[in-house]
Write a protein that binds this ligand. Structure first.
Ligand code: RIB
Length: 317
C-alpha cells in the first residue's frame, strides 16, 4: 500500500521552520489594549515546516527535516520530539548566537479561530554554506517542501539546487510574504490558502472560476500544479487543463491551527507514494480534518492508520 506504482516510494525533504509554540485558549481573542483571561495553555513543538514534516512522517513518508535551531531549551523540544517520533536528526542546523524561534498562538475557544505571531530568530540566519550542505539530500529526493518562515534567500537557493538535481519543489506560501517571479519559475507546485492566493495573485478566490484565474497567474510564471486550500469549501486543484474543487470532510473543529500543515504534510506523503494529485488532495483533506479535531499543532498531526480509518468511515456515509 505504501509502495509507489511501478517502483519504490520516493524520498522527500522539508526545508523550513521549527519554533516552539506557546498556545493559549480564551473565550474570545483580545482586541488591541485588552487583557483576556485564558482557559488553557500549552507549550510544544510547532513551526509550519516542522508540523508539515511530522505530518508527512506520521502519514508514512520517508522524509527528512532541515531546520535551524538555537542551542537552548527550546531547540531541545525539537530534538526530543524527533527522538520520540523516530525521525532522522542528521540535517538539523544550529546557531551559536541566535535563539530557537517561537510562536505566540491565541485560539478562540468558541470559534476555533486563531491569531499567531512568529519570531523566527535562528530561522532567519540560514547561510549559503548551510544550503549547500543539503545538496546530497536533495539529489536523493523526489520532492522538497518549503514554506515562507525562513530567510527567503535560503529558499531561493534551495530552489536552484533542487532544480539542478531534478527534485520537485513544492511551496506552501505561508505565511504570506512577497516572492519573486524568478523564484516561482522554478517551482513545481504551490499550495497557498485563500488569503495567500489573493495576496499573491490579486484574485479573490471563492469559486472554480476565480480559482482558475488565480491558478493561471502561477502557471504563467512556470508553476505546473496549483492547489489552493479553501477552508470550509475544501481544496482547489489545477493541473494542465484539468481543475476541480475537492470537497472537505465535515467535522467539528476545536482548533484549526496547523490544519494547513496537516494538509501539506499528508499531501507530500501521498505524492511520494505516487498518488495522482486529485487522490493526494483527498488524502490531504482527511489529514486536515483529523488535525482540527485536536488541540495544538505538531501534536495534532494524525498518523497513517487514523487517516485510513477516517477515510473508510467517511466513505461509508
Ligand atoms: O501553521 C501553524 C504554525 O504556524 C504554528 O505551529 C506556528 O508555529 C506558526 O508557525
Amino acid at each position: 500500500k505504501f509502495i509507489k506504482k511501478g517502483g519504490k516510494m520516493s524520498k522527500a525533504v522539508v526545508f523550513g521552520s521549527f519554533v516552539v509554540d506557546l498556545m493559549a485558549r480564551s473565550p474570545h481573542l483580545p482586541v488591541p489594549g485588552e487583557t483576556v483571561k485564558g482557559s488553557y495553555f500549552k507549550m510544544g513543538p510547532g513551526g509550519k515546516g516542522f508540523n508539515q514534516c511530522v505530518a508527512a512522517h506520521k502519514a508514512g513518508a520517508e522524509v527528512t527535516m532541515v531546520t535551524k535551531l538555537g542551542r537552548d531549551a527550546f531547540g531541545k523540544v525539537a530534538t526530543d520530539t524527533m527522538d520520540r517520533l523516530n525521525m532522522p536528526k542528521d540535517n538539523l542546523l544550529f546557531s551559536d548566537t541566535e535563539d530557537t524561534g517561537i510562536a505566540l498562538i491565541l485560539v478562540d475557544e468558541n470559534t476555533a479561530q486563531n491569531e499567531i505571531i512568529i519570531v523566527p530568530c535562528a530561522l532567519n540566519t540560514i547561510t549559503d554554506e548551510e544550503v549547500k550542505g543539503t545538496e546530497k539530500l536533495l539529489s536523493d529526493a523526489e520532492y522538497v517542501l518549503l514554506q515562507l518562515e525562513v530567510n527567503q534567500d535560503a529558499n531561493e537557493k534551495i530552489v536552484k539546487l533542487a532544480k539542478k538535481h531534478n527534485c520537485k519543489v513544492i511551496v506552501n506560501t505561508a505565511p504570506y510574504s512577497p516572492i519573486s517571479e524568478e523564484f516561482l519559475s522554478d517551482v513545481y507546485m504551490v499550495t497557498p490558502n485563500e488569503v495567500e492566493a489573493r495576496e499573491i495573485t490579486g484574485v479573490e478566490v471563492k469559486d472554480l472560476e476565480s480559482c482558475n484565474k488565480a491558478a493561471n497567474f502561477f502557471k504563467e510564471k512556470g508553476v505546473e500544479i496549483v492547489v489552493i486550500t479553501l477552508g470550509e469549501m475544501g481544496a482547489y486543484v489545477s493541473v494542465k487543463e484539468k481543475s476541480a474543487i475537492i470537497s472537505p470532510y465535515k467535522v467539528k473543529a476545536v482548533d484549526t491551527t496547523g490544519a494547513g500543515d496537516a494538509f501539506n504534510g499528508a499531501l507530500l506523503a501521498a505524492l511520494t507514494e505516487g498518488k495522482d494529485i486529485f487522490e493526494a488532495v483527498k488524502f490531504a483533506n482527511a489529514g486536515a480534518a483529523l488535525s482540527v479535531q485536536k488541540y495544538g499543532t505538531t501534536p495534532s498531526m494524525p498518523d497513517r492508520r487514523e487517516i485510513e480509518d477516517f477515510i473508510l468511515e467517511q466513505n461509508k456515509k
